[in-house]
Design a protein around this ligand. Structure first.
Ligand code: F3S
Length: 297
């Protein structure tokens, strides 16, 4: 059995930055309770570790008064930020700069008179935050939605950072049919597109894929959808979900991971596959897991 990890997988820049800011806050505000507004990242293990270190997730802004509050990489809404400030909180802003850019673009496009469409998942906190920078005409649309219900003069299409590039291209093409002027911003972040491309090429060469990451993680779910279209695939949060039955008859197995999955978890998944396969050559570091490059095959 051969096991590969995707060329790009695991923690992205924005998640690493958020964790670093949380660690710095802990070191700086000694003895003070620190909160994250919602879970810092969609990864149960990391959230658990943060709790053990005294950084607790709060469910809503109402709970936070005169505290130290870390805004997670997805960002928050305009009104939440205002309320946090009014309630005397110290804000540590871990909003990913790529998400912050979408907020600026939405503001700019509204100012220039465009009807703004946000391609994304309407229930996702990142999109809820983005929407708050729009106006009463700004709408969230899903990639498969019928967008041409009227003819438009000026439309701007801005994507949630973790959407699929193919969907942005499709939706742009649809909108062109009913819009005089269309401004499209490629706000899908590089970490996302690199992980999607690497996962696709690995999945197309394997008998089985494991996509590792939080079940609520949008970018992990996108990776799962991409891999599942190519080969047999499981979305798992940790190594305990792997069963011997999953591996029967499989010769080449791929591992990829969402942007909020630590290297430790990828190593555990790799070693669990090895263990089930009675192969004692376990990996101690991420570098010891063979990396899949197109030229590998
Ligand atoms: Fe930022 Fe992209 Fe990660 S938007 S949080 S670097 S997936």
């Amino acid at each position: 059995m051969t096991i590969y990890r995707a060329q790009h997988s695991g923690f992205c820049f924005g998640v690493k930055r958020a964790i670093k800011l949380a660690q710095d806050a802990k070191a700086h505000y000694i003895g003070k309770q620190i909160f994250t507004l919602g879970e810092l990242i969609h990864n149960p293990q990391i959230v658990h570790e943060l709790k053990n270190g005294g950084i607790e997730p709060a469910n809503s802004v109402d709970e936070l008064h005169d505290s130290v509050v870390i805004i997670r990489s997805h960002g928050i809404t305009r009104s939440e930020r205002l309320e946090l400030q009014q309630n005397g909180n110290v804000i540590i802003d871990a909003t990913c700069p790529y998400v912050a850019r979408t907020h600026e673009l939405i503001r700019d496009m509204i100012r220039e008179g465009y009807q703004v469409y946000i391609m994304g998942d309407a229930d996702h906190p990142e999109v809820i935050g983005m929407l708050s920078y729009g106006d009463e005409h700004t709408r969230v649309i899903s990639p498969r939605e019928d967008v041409c219900k009227a003819n438009y003069q000026k439309v701007s299409l801005i994507s949630q950072t973790t959407q699929k590039m193919d969907d942005l291209i499709d939706l742009s093409g649809k909108l062109l049919n009913c819009t005089k002027e269309l401004r499209i911003f490629n706000t899908i972040c590089l970490a996302t597109s690199e992980r999607q491309t690497a996962s696709l090429s690995l999945a197309s060469e394997t008998d089985l894929m494991f996509v590792v990451g939080g079940k609520r993680s949008s970018n992990t779910r996108q990776l799962y959808a991409i891999c599942k279209a190519q080969t047999e695939c499981y979305h798992i949060e940790d190594e305990t979900e792997i069963t011997p039955e999953m591996l029967i008859g499989k010769e080449t197995i791929g591992i990829t991971a969402g942007a909020s999955t630590p290297d430790d978890m990828i190593i555990k998944v790799y070693n669990q596959i090895k263990e089930i396969n009675r192969d004692p050559s376990f990996a101690k570091s991420i570098e010891e897991i063979p990396l899949f490059k197109e030229e590998s095959c």
